[in-house]
Design a protein around this ligand. Sequence first.
Ligand SMILES: C[S@@+](CC[C@H](N)C(=O)[O-])C[C@H]1O[C@@H](n2cnc3c(N)ncnc32)[C@H](O)[C@@H]1O
Length: 293
Amino acid sequence: MPSTAHVPVMVTEAMEALKARPGGQYVDCTLGAGGHARAILERIQPDGRLLGIDVDAAAVEMAQHTLAAYGGAVVLAQGNFSELGCICERHGFRSNDGILFDLGVSSMQLDTAERGFSFQREAPLDMRFDTTSEPNAADIVNTYSEQEIAHILWEYGEERYSRHIAHRIVQQRPILSTSRLAHLVQQVLGSRRGRIHPATRTFMALRIAVNRELESLKLALDQTASLLRAGGRLVVISYHSLEDRIVKQFMRAGAANHAFLLTTRKVIRPTSLECSSNPRSRSARLRIAERLA
Ligand SMILES: C[S@@+](CC[C@H](N)C(=O)[O-])C[C@H]1O[C@@H](n2cnc3c(N)ncnc32)[C@H](O)[C@@H]1O
């Protein structure tokens, strides 16, 4: 069972960015533990509506309980935000005042050992947000070529020792558990990693590959303009430089073709107070774009 509650990141900044207001209609594309969803629901009463989406069925199931008090103001949907347009259409959220993405993995997922996201917990190598999708992390580690694995570690994890790690993985497979992989990476890197655990980058890279996170994000962003009314806000919180680059380029291109207005060209970072109280927020970057008529 999960041990830590997920603390939502940059909630105040995200609510201001969304301009969440009574009677408004919003879409939370990454429901997670429902922290941002709850903050939106608190601000849109009375008569506001929220569509909460997550690809992880466990997150949606939990939100059914935690957000039950908001009754008909909240509609929950299990689905991949790469299909955002269809999901919104199906639930009657065609023209919205705001769309929020809070990307990546939740503490709930990290802390549920059997999901295989954490190198600190013994479990089968899985890492899927959607437990019905393919491949899982074990498939990648045990069936992809050495070059493909090295490419994933280099591209998504910016892992300097990607080739060494990929070589060792291929020599020692099958590798079926999180702890076996973490141990193997530790053996390759020795004490070269300073304060972060040697396996951090490898695990993050595999997670991004397993869930096709960058592809899904690009597909989703492309659908946002047609789902926002004029003046509606797109707000994205990302935790990885590659994600942030995709968001930045999307918003700049949207501004260039007059689909969006950039209310601030600068990225918004969490306060130092938040960074010290919630370490997960340290890498967060929030960007805003406003839909033009
Ligand atoms: C950082 S958590 C969100 C936390 C949430 N904002 C809160 O306050 O509790 C990210 C969530 O996005 C979900 N997610 C990631 N990729 C997704 C996708 N392509 N489609 C839908 N949900 C996705 C994950 O399953 C995870 O629950």
